[in-house]
Design a protein around this ligand. Structure first.
Ligand code: 5GP
Length: 340
């Protein structure tokens, strides 16, 4: 476990609201004057517990309702960054869905600006580099999704390099991903990278949206749990060497994967497909990135050098330019001497 914590790591799939720790939730409750009772068990899925995939979506809503001001978004972001850094994450891509909260006056713009201010505050930290993806929730209208892309485009130009891409997420049982194809193409055209949740539930292995989303093509696949159940889709992903964002604990706890041993990581990793271990929602699923590395080692028999390679190769799949990638590789190589 200590090796996994000391290993320098890249986190590429972390939703802000789902990453909020118990401590931060308590701070949010105090700010809002909400009682502690009852909420603790409701905002996290503990060790050994599993719930239906709909349950995390209920929890996200509770956390989103608790964080309805710019001040709370700033605090959450700062806390989440510090927690990832303390766990040995040296490069972090956060993602979050801009929200409009009319009752507090928070707008999608001020939401994004609060996150960016917290990231800006961490700019001088030596232990972690942070970038942001703006998320489209599948429940949203195409117009709202387009507004998110425009916002990302604006902030990509205004604070160069911090907003790097677009995520498509939200309840996979809702809506049709094909509706968002024009919006996602627009994002690609203005230089934003795409990390899309694809084939997270079994129905999506045969849904027309899956091949449509894959043909964009995305720069990374979120989960992709059921892609290997469909030969044609698997061939597309393999031919293009699309990187998978792998979230072991999240998938097992949300019951889209029956057990760690049956996780699709095994399928893709053994075929040398690029895979990046990620947490998804470290708060809601009570995990850390080092715990995900430990689980991968324990479940699939990965040696320390294999864990190192997995972490080092993740740098290739970050949404940053070659210069920063090289700086990260240099940093990894410096830390390697102390690790082995
Ligand atoms: P936020 O965007 O508010 O920072 O983070 C919470 C949101 O992330 C959720 O409302 C949901 O749209 C998305 N999300 C978090 N975890 C998952 C997941 O496992 N699957 C999918 N499809 N979406 C998720």
């Amino acid at each position: 476990p200590d090796f996994c914590r000391r290993l320098p790591k890249v986190e590429l799939h972390a939703h802000l609201s789902g990453s909020v720790s118990e401590t931060t939730i308590q701070k949010l409750q105090v700010k809002k004057g909400v009682g502690h009772e009852g909420l603790q068990g409701d905002t996290a899925i503990g060790k050994g517990e599993t719930r239906h995939l709909q349950e995390p979506f209920r929890i996200f809503k509770i956390i989103q309702d608790l964080s309805d001001t710019e001040e709370s978004i700033f605090m959450m972001t700062e806390d989440v960054i510090s927690e990832f850094a303390a766990d040995g994450v040296r490069y972090l891509e956060l993602r979050s869905t801009p929200r409009h909260m009319p009752h507090t006056g928070m707008t999608p713009q001020s939401y994004v600006e609060s996150i960016l201010s917290a990231i800006q505050k961490c700019k001088d930290r030596e232990d972690v580099v942070v970038r942001l993806l703006l998320a489209i929730d599948r429940r949203q209208s195409v117009e709202t999704a387009m507004t998110t892309v425009r916002l990302a485009q604006e902030y990509m130009l205004r604070s160069p390099g911090v907003v790097v891409g677009i995520d498509l997420s939200g309840n996979p049982a809702v809506g049709d991903g094909r509706d968002f194809i024009p919006v996602l193409k627009e994002a690609q055209n203005c230089g934003l990278k795409l990390a899309l949740h694809i084939a997270e539930i079994s129905q999506q292995a045969v849904a027309p949206e899956t091949s449509a989303l894959l043909s964009l093509p995305p720069d990374r696949v979120g989960h992709g749990t059921f892609i290997h159940h469909n030969q044609d889709l698997a061939a597309v992903v393999a031919d293009r060497k699309m990187p998978f964002e792998i979230c072991l604990t999240s998938n097992v706890k949300a019951q889209t994967v029956a057990s760690y041993g049956e996780h699709h990581f095994q399928h893709w990793y053994s075929r040398k497909q690029p895979c990046v271990l990620c947490t998804d929602d470290k708060g809601v699923f009570c995990t850390t990135l080092s715990e995900e590395y430990r689980l991968a080692a324990e479940t699939f028999g990965l040696t320390r050098p294999a864990l190192w390679d997995l972490s080092y190769s993740s740098i290739d799949h970050t949404f940053v330019g070659e210069d920063l990638k090289q700086q990260l590789r240099d940093r990894w190589n410096t830390e390697k001497e102390k690790l082995f």
